[in-house]
Design a protein. Structure first.
Length: 451
């Protein structure tokens, strides 16, 4: 969306509205970053915003009147317009007891979390309103609390996590006093609802420097509130295949996978089972037999606790389940096809598995050239094979269930599934067999042996 519809809204609301763009949108505009939402603020009370916008034939929804917020639809997109407000006392470390509408813009900005989020840009033109030095902190790439961080983090326990999130999203540092206030406010942070925590963790992971955000979580103690199972990864030594300990490797993989939720969460959790399965071999080398299954259980328990969506849990589980499989030159074509079938059964596209594997390999930090060359060769083989669309499920057999029943004169039953699996095994072994007449011969032969 461009400024033009905002100007029309400004016209509709009138000059006394003092309509300004606030918060993340201002920060992102100044940074030249794309942003999803445009948050606006005004001196007008919500009822006045509604009546004036409606008088100009704009669609308005009273989405949060008690907080001073109405949503105006501009060019088909919802834009929140909130009355300048201050927050009453915070008693529970989560939400203000009350909000006071009709305060000045400066007071509104002072309730905001960080200086870079506490600037306003007048829609009708005019200077940036920046009472807390947000622009200077943007230039210095610093996340700094508005006011005393100890007080601000006592009001709302989500703010420490948001500091780490913005550090990861923007690649900024958290200013020293702001950072130092986090450990002292962990008990407040502990009270925050899991939904708000998940949203912030998810944004942190999808940031440009998720490893920076995760390191801040670990160092400040926030990690132990929401992801305590990951703490043993720190300092958990590995073997000659790895440059880093399990946590260091994890940070690398999170950074190296594309910035999509499934891949990033899987990267964070894929080796969570390593500390619990660590054992030393005869040569004194560490190994982690069965860690994939342990990581899988741990990841799912964590994502369930954080109320992640079913789709995310499924994708993360599939990525973790298959991250320890490394088809080599010695694998037969049939073995590779069986592997492709497993990916298909888990609805995991080959390219996503590959993106994860490549990051996992690179994250080992040793013999990178060899690993990348091997990965590329493996992917040529698997991609060519997948492009040939070999039958990988019973649905793709040249004879379907109906045809098999007609052929054998039998009605449906467990035998049918067994026969189909038998035929699929044969076809995966040798795709050329997937012809109706060939399968008919195989089916009748199987039936003779399984009356
Ligand atoms: P994003 O790009 O993720 O939307 P954002 O900065 O816009 O980042 P929002 O959660 O959309 O973040 O909040 C909008 C604005 O509201 C923030 O920029 C900040 O000014 C203020 N804000 C949000 N959450 C808090 C909070 N917990 N405490 C104080 N101010 C907050
Ligand atoms: Mg926002």
């Amino acid at each position: 969306m461009t400024w033009a519809p905002l100007l029309r809204l400004q016209e509709a609301l009138g000059p006394d509205a003092e309509l300004v763009l606030v918060g993340g949108a201002v920060r992102d505009e100044l940074l030249g970053r794309p942003h999803a939402d445009w948050d606006l603020a005004t001196r007008l009370l919500p009822q006045t915003v509604m009546s004036r916008a409606r008088a100009a034939a704009m669609k308005v929804i009273p989405t949060g009147l008690q907080h001073g917020t109405v949503t105006v639809i501009l060019e088909g997109r919802p834009v929140e317009v909130t009355t300048f407000r201050s927050d009453g006392d915070y008693l529970d470390g989560r939400r203000p007891e009350s909000v006071v509408l009709g305060v000045s813009l400066e007071v509104d900005l002072s309730r905001r979390d960080f200086t870079i989020n506490a600037m306003a840009l007048p829609v009708g033109g005019g200077d940036l309103v920046d009472p807390f030095g947000g622009q200077k902190d943007l230039a210095a790439r610093l996340i700094r609390a508005v006011g005393d961080p100890l007080l601000r983090f006592a009001e709302d326990g989500l703010r420490p996590l948001r500091a780490c999130r913005f550090a990861a999203q923007l690649g900024f540092e958290v200013e020293a006093a702001t950072l130092a206030a986090i450990p002292a406010r962990l008990e407040v942070a502990r009270k925050v609802s899991v939904e708000r925590v998940f949203t912030e963790l998810d944004k942190l992971l999808r940031g440009v420097e998720p490893n920076r955000g995760l390191t801040l979580l670990a160092e400040s103690g926030l990690l132990d509130l929401w992801l305590p199972e990951l703490r043993p990864m720190i300092g958990c030594g590995q073997n000659r295949h790895h440059r880093h300990d399990v946590w260091g490797h994890t940070l690398q993989v999170v950074r190296l996978v594309p910035a999509e939720a499934g891949l990033r969460w899987a990267a964070l959790l894929h080796d969570g089972g390593k500390p619990g399965t660590r054992a030393l071999g005869p040569e004194g080398e560490a190994h982690f037999h069965g860690h994939e299954a342990r990581s899988l259980d741990l990841a799912d328990a964590i994502l369930e606790r954080l109320k992640a969506s079913h789709a995310l849990r499924k994708e993360v589980a599939a990525l973790i389940r298959h991250h320890g499989t490394h088809p080599t030159d010695e694998w037969s074509d049939a073995a590779c096809r069986r592997f492709l079938r497993k990916l298909a059964e888990d609805a995991l596209p080959l390219d996503r598995w590959a993106a994860f594997r490549l990051a996992d390999q690179r994250g080992k930090g040793l013999n990178l050239e060899t690993r990348e060359r091997e990965h590329a060769a493996l992917m040529v083989r698997l991609t060519l094979m997948a492009a040939g669309a070999p039958p990988l499920s019973v649905r793709e057999l040249a004879l379907d269930g109906g045809a098999l029943m007609a052929l054998t004169g039998r009605s449906g039953g467990p035998w049918l599934g067994e026969l189909q699996r038998h035929l699929l095994e044969a076809v995966i072994e040798e795709p050329g067999l997937n012809q109706a007449d060939t399968l008919a011969v195989l089916a009748l032969k199987w039936l003779a042996g399984n009356p």
